[in-house]
Design a protein around this ligand. Structure first.
Ligand SMILES: [Fe+2]
Length: 329
């Protein structure tokens, strides 16, 4: 990139610190990291340079990393505690290590929709580390989106409107894993108790960069709190569309022994589902996140939900309530 473009975009293409070289490969997100062999211990300074690169670039790529599963977990633990996904495939001895083995007999499941990982949790992960072991000859890319750029790209009016709103996130895609048997229904209830729907701000503040992030995704976000269902659906459709805009995206083509780490607080991703029945084998670890802080409402006036204002003491449901015995009709 020439100096003119660097000045326009405000950041140099390549920076080097503590032996770690970070080269931007996308405009709004994406960088490649070199000068690092993840089989070797990382100095604290080198690790800090990697942490900074993650926040600055949203997703960072390390090529030619011939590391074992144990080393992948050790590297992940430098960022924080690893979490166990309640549904993803793993082996008993290392539940923190997810193994996506997709082939003719095991098509990819549920990752070809834009999402941040596990926002159905009260505290969604801060980052995810994905290591490619085997990749298809063609296809199987991952598309990443900067949801900070996606927020910045909204009109001022829309930014003000959504500031202070909250959205409901749910484990909905995983309900497909449960059938109709008595045992399955009990199992689902068990997971619903463990992971009840969560409310997160629609616009979150990144805890390190301080940037505003559009924090709703079509995989887990089911509604906007305190809005009419139709309004909620149409607003969510509008906001989900931001992730589809190419200017906010970076598309990564995998090679074996490549590792990508994404900042799950500021990005979304989509695993392109175009390679079946070819083999694709990936290992993943996920780093625990913290509370999700939102922006203050731009307009502090409370929002009216119904067609008319209803006093707090009124019965809002017109006498309807769950009946103890339902005999059918
Ligand atoms: Fe994901």
């Amino acid at each position: 990139m020439n100096k003119c473009a660097e000045a326009r975009q405000g950041r140099p293409v390549t920076v080097e610190h503590a032996g770690v070289t970070v080269t931007r490969v996308g405009v709004n997100l994406g960088a490649e990291v070199s000068g690092v062999d993840l089989r070797q211990p990382l100095s604290d300074k080198a690790f800090r340079a990697i942490e900074d690169a993650l926040v600055d670039n949203g997703v960072i790529i390390f090529r030619d990393q011939y590391i074992t599963s144990d080393s992948l977990m050790d590297f992940g633990r430098r960022f924080g505690e690893l979490t166990v996904h309640p549904f993803a495939p793993h082996e008993e001895k290392a539940p923190e290590l997810i193994k996506f083995r997709n082939d003719e007999n095991n098509p990819p499941f549920g990752t070809d929709v834009f999402h941040s990982d596990e926002t159905f949790r009260a505290e969604p992960p801060m980052a995810t580390v994905l290591c490619a072991k085997e990749v298809p000859a063609l296809g199987g890319d991952t598309i990443y989106v900067s949801m900070s750029a996606a927020f910045d790209g909204l009109s001022d009016r829309m930014q003000r409107f959504i500031s202070g709103l909250e959205a409901v996130h749910d484990l909905k895609p995983f309900r497909a894993l449960f059938g109709n048997s008595e045992e399955d229904r009990k199992n689902l209830q068990h997971f619903e108790r463990l992971y009840p729907s969560q409310v997160h701000p629609v616009v979150r503040i990144h805890p390190v960069s301080g940037r505003k992030v559009l924090f709703v995704n079509p995989q887990f976000t089911i509604s906007i709190k305190d809005m009419d269902e139709r309004e909620s659906r149409s607003l969510l459709d509008t906001l989900f569309h931001q992730a589809l805009i190419p200017e906010y995206q970076f598309r990564h083509h995998w090679a074996p022994h490549t590792i990508a780490i994404w900042d799950n607080r500021s990005t979304q991703h989509y695993a392109v589902n175009d390679y079946y029945p070819q083999r694709r084998f990936m290992e993943r670890v996920t780093i625990r996140g913290g509370p999700v802080a939102g922006v203050e409402p731009a307009d502090p006036v409370s929002v009216r939900k119904a067609k008319y204002l209803v006093p707090a003491h009124a019965d809002r449901h017109g006498g309807h309530k769950p009946q103890r015995h339902v005999s059918g009709n």
